[in-house]
Design a protein around this ligand. Structure first.
Ligand code: SAM
Ligand code: SF4
Length: 354
């Protein structure tokens, strides 16, 4: 048995075949997984340089003309929504660096799928949020995830290679005051970097009325320095938290990446996204669109499906639909990080879209 078996899709009833799939049919892969979530990377650029994501310098940015326009993104999103995608998560790079970010949110939030209006979520480092959040909320943003791995200034500067902790804290405060809920804070747990700060991060999140979610570090850094033996595991994170709180699993996870626990019986909760040691591929309902128009069916996929010729050389919406279906049809059962033959994708996390 290979590591591919871990977290593989469970057997599901076959979907009745009534003819070739077309716009309006759900995006079901060969393992029965129905896709409802499209993560849209708006740029590969960023205001920070987190060590686990980007190189300090020497990054080769995507050419400006290769970045999808607002109209191109909207067109793909309309077809995807008709096919049952109900959540668009805007990410990057740093999505708030995109100048037309408010228009992106406005145009996408106006899209309706078969089950009604879509939800627009965003993952951001929070910098610039105080400035743009009122407009984003008015444009239809549904909810926010903000990344913060440490609340100590020196560590923040070393980890992100930028001394901008105050900007991030102001972004989190603005999000907390905005009432957009639930507010989630993401922290990648790292050995010798912030693994002595896990309880403090949860306390900080509670103080902001937010839910902390720890992420296991994945092999997606631009420098390819990830080491399985060095990563902080789900079990280590839980052990650190259990020293302070009684953790009780929250049932009903569905397709969500985070497992959740209540702290001392609630109401506060903490989440862990254990992509490496407890993969949740069997319930994955996510697709990804890179800023330069490549569809991906997995963070760790080494294959991309190029929508640019379809968009820029007169392709139809049916062609976009077919590309979505080809991408979904080739989705593997699991990511195989633990397989000896695992190949890290060529792009770093900032270019794939986290
Ligand atoms: N710049 C935004 C931010 O940091 O929230 C959005 C893009 S970032 C790539 C999205 C998420 O991916 C962040 O929560 C970040 O911590 C996470 N991430 C980046 N590289 C990672 C890695 N190698 N392993 C695990 N999570 C990673
Ligand atoms: Fe930028 Fe987000 Fe990557 Fe950090 S994790 S470098 S904030 S894209």
């Amino acid at each position: 048995m290979t590591a591919l078996m871990v977290g593989m899709p469970r057997a599901r009833p076959a979907v009745a075949a009534t003819g070739p799939a077309a716009i309006g049919d759900p995006l079901v892969d060969t393992h029965g997984r129905v896709h409802r979530d499209l993560r849209i990377s708006l740029t590969d650029r960023c205001s920070l340089r987190c060590t686990y994501c980007m190189p300090e310098q020497g990054n080769e940015w995507l050419a400006r003309e290769s970045i999808l326009t607002l109209e191109e993104i909207e067109r793909i999103a309309r077809v995807a929504a008709a096919d049952g995608i109900s959540t668009f998560r805007l990410t990057g790079g740093e999505p708030l660096l995109r100048r037309d970010i408010v228009d992106v949110v406005r145009r996408l939030s106006a899209i309706e799928g078969p089950a009604g209006p879509v939800q627009i979520a965003m993952t951001t480092n929070g910098i610039r949020l105080p400035e743009v959040l009122p407009d984003l909320a008015a444009a239809g943003l549904s909810r926010l995830n903000i990344s913060i791995d440490t609340i100590r200034r020196d560590r923040f500067a070393a980890l992100t290679r930028r001394d901008r902790l105050d900007d991030v804290l102001e972004g989190i405060a603005a999000a907390a005051a905005s009432g957009l809920a639930p507010l989630k804070l993401n922290a990648v747990a790292m050995r010798g970097v912030n693994d002595d700060e896990l309880v403090d991060l949860v306390d900080f999140a509670i103080g902001q009325g937010a839910q902390l979610r720890f992420i296991e570090q994945m092999p997606l850094d631009a420098g390819h320095t990830w080491d399985r033996t060095q990563m902080v595991t789900r079990d280590e994170i839980l052990a650190a938290l259990a020293a302070r709180w009684t953790l009780t699993p929250v049932p009903g996870r569905g397709g969500a990446p985070a497992e959740r626990w209540t702290l001392d019986g609630g109401p506060h909760t903490v989440g862990v996204i254990a992509s490496v040691t407890a993969p949740f591929c069997g319930d994955c309902d996510r697709l990804r669109l890179t800023a330069d128009g490549q569809l991906r069916n997995c963070l760790f996929s080494t294959t991309e499906f190029d929508l640019v010729p379809v968009l820029r050389q007169g392709g139809t919406d049916e062609d976009i639909d077919r590309m979505l279906r080809s991408c979904v049809a080739r989705k593997l059962p699991g990511h195989a990080i633990d397989d000896p033959g695992f190949l890290q994708p060529a792009r770093g996390m900032n270019a794939i879209g986290g």
